[in-house]
Design a protein around this ligand. Sequence first.
Ligand code: NAP
Length: 279
Amino acid sequence: MTRRVAITGCPVAHSRSPVIHRHWLALHGIDGTYDRVEVKPEDAPAFYRDIAAHGLSGCNVTVPNKEAAAAACDELDDAARVMGAVNTISLDADGRVLGSNTDGLGFLGNLDQEVPGWDGEVRHAVVLGAGGAARAVIWALLSRGVKKVSVVNRTKSKAEDLCARFGADSIACDWDDLGEILGETDLLVNTTSLGMAGQPALDLSLSRLPETAIVNDIVYVPLETPLLADARARGLRAVDGLGMLLHQAVPGFERWFGVRPRVTDELRAALLADLGAAS
Ligand code: NAP
């Protein structure tokens, strides 16, 4: 029987997830579909309680429904519980609704692929931003054993709230102290929307970063942000955000369709072509 899966949220027209999952469905010759289904926030609690009633074996969840989806699940994985947000839903054999959050795994999968062994050398990571994506990145870094995560955000109170959620290994810092903090940074991650197409660039000098530092911008439109260009100009290792988007899709596909897919150059090129066509 054809297994139907979808990206759900409101709006969903912009989502690139169908490109990724349809690529893998075709590659592996799987009898499945992956579509876009708009779910209005007021319909979200009932929808996620019973996705089978909508003909779905599983789904992804995007804004603004991630918290409502978490509340509707029978069981959450560790990441979804800590983040209070679900982006991937599957059903177990008894029809129970299982919620997970794979954004953090996507972040880790990207770094693992681009800088193998990074976690052996990163003791101190600095995360810029304190929104939904920062939450996933902080969870991921701590889950990998990074000793200290400094969180720097325009609105410091949001960074403080996040750090209270994650415990003593995460510390909210002032933006004004960033210059000094960068001197002791092994990994810098931008999770703000600065540098994204239509947004101002991130105005930050990287001159204090050690030569061994890694810079990861999770913004992926454009692929080469001014931050990454600066990092490369300084000879630092620079990692773009497209791989995070690709890798976050892996666990869901495996759960729904029983095959662990790979993030290949071919898939990356397909997504880049689609993003080019969409912009
Ligand atoms: P969000 O929840 O809206 O958070 C936005 C963050 O950016 C906040 O920390 C905000 O600070 C900061 N910010 C916005 N404008 C700013 C400015 N002018 N100056 C300083 N800080 C500013 O968004 P999100 O969901 O976390 O997403 C953030 C970015 O990550 C987006 O570009 C998104 O495309 C990207 N992303 C990528 C992936 C991937 O797979 N690669 C996944 C998720 C997100 P305040 O708290 O002070 O407002």
